[in-house]
Ligand binder design. Sequence first.
Ligand SMILES: Cc1cc2nc3c(=O)[nH]c(=O)nc-3n(C[C@H](O)[C@H](O)[C@H](O)COP(=O)(O)OP(=O)(O)OC[C@H]3O[C@@H](n4cnc5c(N)ncnc54)[C@H](O)[C@@H]3O)c2cc1C
Length: 476
Amino acid sequence: MSSSEKQPSRHENKLLPVPGPTLPYWRTELHPLDSHHSTPELPAECDILIIGAGMSGVSVAYQLSQAQPQDNTTTTSSPPPPSIVLLEARQVCSGATGRNGGHAKVKTATLLSLIAKHGPDSGFVDDWDAYVGAQIHALKAVVEREGLDCEFELRRSYDTFNAARDAAEIRKSFAEALRRGDAWTRERDLVVEAFVERVSAVRGARGAVSTPACSLWPYKFVTQLLAKAMERYPRLNLQTETAVLGVESSGDGDDGGSVVETSRGSIRARKVVFATNAYTAGLLPQYKGVITPYKGTAAHLAPPAEKGPVYPHLSHTYNLEYGLDIEGETVDYLNPRPDGGIVVGGGKYLYEAQRELWWDTVDDSTLLNPIVKGKYFEGYMQRNFRGWEDSGTVADRIWTGIQGQTGDGFPHIGQVPGQKNQWVLAGYNGGGMSLIFLAATELAKMVKDDLPFEEIDPIVPKFFKTTEERLKASGV
Ligand SMILES: Cc1cc2nc3c(=O)[nH]c(=O)nc-3n(C[C@H](O)[C@H](O)[C@H](O)COP(=O)(O)OP(=O)(O)OC[C@H]3O[C@@H](n4cnc5c(N)ncnc54)[C@H](O)[C@@H]3O)c2cc1C
């Protein structure tokens, strides 16, 4: 039997990406690699196998391809460059990366909640903020170096607060942080209280913090980065529409790899990288209850063509905290696009109490009823932004996507505990765009050179390391 002939499955992966997902705005211009097979058959074996072709998997593949001799030649003294297989259950960038808000930042509220939980001197906040800052510049650098045409913009973002109590709280917390001299305040500032609504254009905003951010077209970034890697490194084999059903360590001691069973047959891999974010526990059961899939939504809004874009252009991205009188955050994210359209997401407070709609599900083939029934994204800009009242802006596309939530709020990066030849990068809690690229860069070094987490660039916060203790302690 050839390696790519279908064999009966011994595994039941309950967290497979579903067929027929909703169509996000970002996937309306498809790349030639979208459902590509580098070879008609799956290879029988490979050195490094990466599962998942979102931002995580493709960034790891890109970094591995960069680290190898470009001409793929070998000398008698050097081992041959590794063969790499990238497997994707659906199409390239059809998971969360192709469905997100398209901007990278860390919200001020996230940093303040870390201070509230761990104290100002714990290092969590400054490490996290420094990491996201470095990530934004790393994204800028790779876009420029590779000439990626993905509408990258280095930007600022406003965290706005409409409730008087939230605005007062943010001013108080920010003043305390300034007094302590917290490093994370260096690149952020409070908008002058009297002018918050005028400066941010957000109707009813009473407090705002300006923060660093960047935005890009995530699908174009991922597919073009992958194309660069494949052009440069022909030993990178992409197989889309190939679901991984199970991964088993072969148990042959230190040199033993894994047998990866897929919907198109099995591959023996020396090393395996799980870049499966929300879906990780389907293949690594020890991550069940550690990384939990949950459903979110976003939409594309635009003024009708006959009216044209609204001027002046909104140049910042946003997190809009409405401060409604219900428990939890009532926050949306919003990314004004260079063409005058808007990508906006959130509205979770409308359905948060109905957990069966969004928690522990991988179904991104349906919309969220409370969002649709409530026509949440209709008239959104007219309601929330000054200057947009007569814009006629409509929601021309709504979609859903699946993210991975972790109990402690940190991603899991590094060697799978107890598995010498398996690595994971997953669990970004809705903020992967600001967390993935540098983690993938460093994870590629771990995989290639068998480096422990402790020897990678310390810019990756040590609390991102996936450990036995975190697996045991987690409870989402
Ligand atoms: C609606 C929404 C809005 C968001 N907004 C933002 C934002 O504005 N900013 C931000 O920073 N983050 C945002 N996020 C989160 C961000 O998109 C994710 O954190 C990030 O894209 C995760 O990237 P990834 O590559 O790890 O996962 P994914 O992009 O989900 O990629 C994982 C891939 O693995 C594949 N896969 C899974 N299981 C298998 C299997 N068994 N076999 C083969 N393939 C498999 C999947 O098909 C998928 O393509 C948002 C997410 C959503 C859903």
